[in-house]
Design a protein around this ligand. Structure first.
Ligand SMILES: [Zn+2]
Length: 282
């Protein structure tokens, strides 16, 4: 798919699982398991999926997935698998080397979004993309470095410490645009200052759903994660965004949906639903 100056690719970077109850908050299991069946440990299968934007001068990644710095214990708990595919293998299929990446937009600093920011190279944690600027919202940076007891296990500072030491972190304040042709929306329900890139031209608008719309099952308003720091705010933010998404036929990029890269949405009465499955790579 091409939008504006960018050729756009969807890249899957890991498989993993999280507790289905935590993923769907107050929604009863009898309902959510019809959408995504759980395993014997009540976990649902998901992926991490990044967006790659390629223009004449830029190769931009949005989020980097779980990465590969995992202890056997945590790998087992989250069922993380990067053997079938990972960010390096998928980039190399497109003939792109890690050093070619010019920018990494981090939607927020939860480990399943920025784990691939850094890698263990020669026994040491180092930046995966040595020439990249890493963009993070000021709000999320502040929270990640001083998290609450509720969300502290979602942040792992080894995903960004070495970037900070090397002067590679660039903080985005308020609504200032930081990359050509990429607009963004900040949301505050899932975590403070979640940065959603929006790429648009006259024909298409693509909204990076991140953890506001992690899977297609999370389109209906009350289907909100228990992980959210402020689920009431998430509901309000979905209510504000979804009518506009329907009206202007936006494409929502789904970072964690096992099967669907992106979709459009429709409204039936008060309810918002998946409209059309969209394949980014066609
Ligand atoms: Zn998150």
């Amino acid at each position: 798919m091409k939008i504006g100056p960018y050729k756009i690719y969807s890249i899957e970077t890991s498989e993993f699982r999280l507790d289905g109850g935590a993923m769907f908050g107050i929604i009863p299991k009898t309902l959510w398991e019809k959408k995504i069946p759980s395993d014997d440990f009540n976990r649902i299968p998901m992926v991490t999926r990044s967006l790659l934007l390629v223009s004449k001068n830029k190769k931009i990644l949005v989020d980097t997935g779980n990465g590969t710095k995992w202890s056997e214990k945590l790998k087992h708990i989250y069922n993380i698998n990067t053997d079938r595919y990972n960010i390096q293998s998928e980039l190399s299929k497109l003939d792109i080397k890690p050093e070619d990446i010019t920018d990494v937009i981090c939607t927020h600093l939860h480990f399943d979004h920025v784990g691939g920011n850094t890698s263990i190279i020669n026994g040491k944690i180092q930046p995966t993309f040595e020439n990249a600027k890493y963009w993070i919202s000021q709000n999320n940076w502040t929270l990640a470095n001083n998290p609450t007891q509720k969300d502290q296990s979602s942040f792992m500072s080894h995903d960004w410490n070495t970037l900070q030491e090397n002067g590679m972190i660039h903080l985005v304040k308020n609504k200032e645009q930081f990359l050509d042709g990429i607009d963004f929306q900040l949301t505050f329900g899932h975590t403070s200052g979640l940065l959603h890139p929006i790429i648009s031209d006259n024909n298409n608008t693509l909204f990076f759903g991140s953890d506001l719309f992690p899977t297609s099952a999370h389109i209906p308003i009350p289907w909100v994660m228990a992980y959210d720091i402020n689920p009431v705010k998430t509901v309000k933010e979905k209510l504000e965004l979804l009518p506009k998404m329907v009206e202007d036929n936006w494409i929502i990029f789904l970072e964690h949906d096992q099967n669907i890269q992106a979709c459009s949405v429709k409204q039936e009465g008060k309810h918002f639903l998946l409209n059309k499955v969209i394949s980014i790579n066609e």
